[in-house]
Design a protein around this ligand. Sequence first.
Ligand code: 3HC
Length: 689
Amino acid sequence: MNKVTDLTLDGDVAVITLNSPPVNALSAPVRDGLFDAFTAAVNDPAAKAIVLLCDGRTFIAGADISEFGKGPSGRALQDVQALMENSPKPVVAAIHGTALGGGFEVALTAHYRVAVPSAKVGLPEVKLGLLPGAGGTQRLPRLVGPEVALQYLTSGDFINSDVALKSGLVDELVEEGKLREGAVAFARKLVAEGRPLKKVRDLQDKVEAARGKPEIFADFRKANARRFRGFDAPEANIKCVEAAVNLPFAEGMKEERRLFEGLMTGSQSAAQRYIFFAERQAAKIPDVPEDTPVLPVRKVGVIGAGTMGGGISMNFLSAGIPVTIVEMQKEALDRGVAIMRKNYENTAKKGRLTQADVEKRMGLLTPSLDLNDLADCDMVIEAVYENMDIKKEVFAKLDGIVKQGAILASNTSYLDVNEIASATKRPEWVIGTHFFSPANVMKLLEIVRGDKTAKDVIATVMKLSKKIGKVPVLVGVCHGFVGNRMLAQRQREANKLVLEGAMPWDIDRVLYDFGFPMGPFAMSDLAGLDIGWSKDKSSSSTLREVLCEMDRRGQKNGRGFYDYDEKRNATPSAEVEKIILDFAKKQGIERRKISDEEILERCIYPMINEGAKILEEGKAIRGSDVDIVWINGYGWPVYRGGPMFFGDLIGADKVLAKMKEFQQKHGDDFKPSALLEKVAAEGKKLHQL
Ligand code: 3HC
């Protein structure tokens, strides 16, 4: 036995305790320790039953992801599982925290499982581009049936203990905080009652019942095609469940191994595993240590009850933090509050909230028409019109109203946070919090650090954003920060390509096929082409202006870059095609055929280059932070790892060569950043900077 496992006797029950912080992941020492401990417990004549328990915050949270891709070392997990399953004495897994992935697969090889009520179990491998590779895909369907197994395996969702109990994933719940006693008592009961050694692998009824019913799988694939689009792992998980239904256990295990290895060596899982760690890394700020004191935020103020202000408020209400929301006009305030209520009620209709939850959340909201009502807030977030003068005016007013020691945040998406802060006498308390629309849904929060923003303010907002379910990324002051600054590159090229020869739907198709939820033109139609456009000032100088002049305003009036039917289905518009051809002619542009490859490279490579520039200027801390922004804020497909990771997959040298080629043909929009040149020359990786 090594120092991560401990074996003690509690009367006639052997208790194996695993202690490998932070999450008891199945690293080589853990597998070795478990193997030795189970061997000793099985061979100890004084032990009549064996309990596996974990110290610390959780039961085993899975394989050690950081080991993946490295050479084999230590005992195979399967050896530990074989010892457990074939033990002549009952083995009980005692679960608290989260039993996930390989951890839950270990529990599934125990003869019985007990858990505390707060525990969760699950097989989240699909989120890492994988499938459970230690028998999970074969055992789960035997316990819960293939239909439910398909849901769990392809969503990776965690399962609460009450649901786990009902579906037989867990055999008994024991009192919170008394797991050890409860598990030992349960084990003793098994021995006293002579209960059989239940092996999940031997259960047949649920898989047999599904045999000869291929429609179970066909229907599931069809119903989820959209959700699984582009991803390899869901299909591999489905194939494993098919194997569980159609093949004997041992054969199913072989199929699981074969498919697991295929995923493990592919680029999708590499990208998704990278993102798992990148997201956690983004929370770490080199000069703001982990133990920086955080300020209590018990009450939040939001200025502006529009789409953004309302969405921002909902994040806090959902986390149980009271919000005072301020608008200038009563009508706008009432409308904003009504929309928030409606959003919650829609969620309740889908069964994801109770009406009591809706009332509780709305009960935490105080609508107001008076900025003075924000005086006692611990944090105030301004979400008014994106205009520097207006923002400065609001901040100057806030400075005179809000108590000292409160955080003043701006939800600006482009503007200079230092200049906004300069309108107050307390710039160290000012920070940018750039939410993404819809703000109650989108995970990303760009946190903008001003020159004077205090470290405890940064630490507080980083921690708070986690509390409200966001993925925070700290960025520096620059126009558009990380996300919008890179987006501008893509948008510029998309617009140019349309004039040079591509159609909006060609560009949208290429980016959709790349994995984005929609392309830039479909996106513009959704947002409205007339945002920021006014008839009086329109001068037909851009394609967008011409479209607005022709009353093509986007989805909202059924006509934008596309034509829309009453169900908002888009079709390419012949009228738009003609407008584009005329416009290009007027500009003296000779159109040419543009390949899909060029569309992709022209749209994506300048973004990678801009990402490198952002890093060069120190506006993002690391390359992986840039990727986290794009995955969580702009629908970049997670299986492609973000623009920096993707750039490395292509090769920084190849991206650089293309940028130079484009620079020759199309000018300095493609001027390579010094950092891209350096990375390419030194053979480094952008995502590891
Ligand atoms: N392997 C290695 N490190 C892990 C890990 C894992 N499986 N799970 C978590 N960690 C690390 C994190 O990187 C983090 O490290 P850091 O402090 O240095 O940043 C630390 O543990 C704490 O993690 P979180 O910050 O995520 O802590 P939370 O309390 O918020 O969440 C958790 C805990 C729910 C367990 C979450 O970490 C999680 O979801 N982990 C991944 C679970 C998972 O995907 N398991 C399946 C792995 S694949 C597998 O098992 C294959 C098998 O089928 C063969």
